[in-house]
Design a protein around this ligand. Structure first.
Ligand code: RTP
Ligand code: MG
Length: 140
């Protein structure tokens, strides 16, 4: 299988608790390479565009408030089967359901404040990467 790229966010609950390094270690230990990374603080509007797919869900407002409440680390991860591999390392959305050893099992605080985001398909990965990074910032 060819190298694949996925988009990842280390969310505000994790940056607040200084967990960036521990989370990045999990990605790197699993063979994913961080080919782009930056720390940003999104406005509520920018978070709203990113999560527009959830606009009709009851938790949308709360999610946008949370994602703009503190800095996040946005990153592009590269590796074999990177999209599925990253979702496996992250664990289930709700930390109560996340497998032992996953990021969400170890670090997430709740179903909403769950430490990381990862793209769910090649099409969404491409759109999400382009929202935050220019081609020149991706250094494989
Ligand atoms: P993500 O998009 O952040 O990688 O997470 P995911 O695919 O595992 O979950 P998704 O269904 O796409 O939901 C996006 C994010 O919305 C928040 N959420 N809150 N309060 C709730 O019931 C609820 N459900 C989802 C979480 O932050 C989730 O990661
Ligand atoms: Mg999702």
């Amino acid at each position: 299988m060819a190298l694949e790229r996925t988009f990842s966010i280390i969310k505000p609950d994790a940056t607040r608790r200084n967990l960036t390094g521990k989370i990045n270690a999990k990605f790197e230990d699993a063979g994913l390479r961080i080919v782009a990374q930056k720390r940003i603080h999104m406005t509520k509007e920018q978070a709203g565009v990113f999560y527009a797919v959830h606009a009709e869900r009851p938790f949308y407002g709360e999610l946008c408030d949370f994602m703009s409440s503190a800095p996040v680390v946005v990153q592009v991860l590269e590796g074999e089967n990177a999209i599925a591999k990253n979702r496996e390392i992250m664990g289930a959305t709700n930390p109560a359901d996340a497998a032992p050893g996953t990021i969400r099992a170890e670090f997430a605080e709740s179903v909403g404040e769950n430490s990381v985001h990862g793209s769910d398909a090649p099409e969404t990965a491409a759109v999400e990467i382009a929202y935050f990074f220019s081609g020149l910032e991706l250094v494989g």
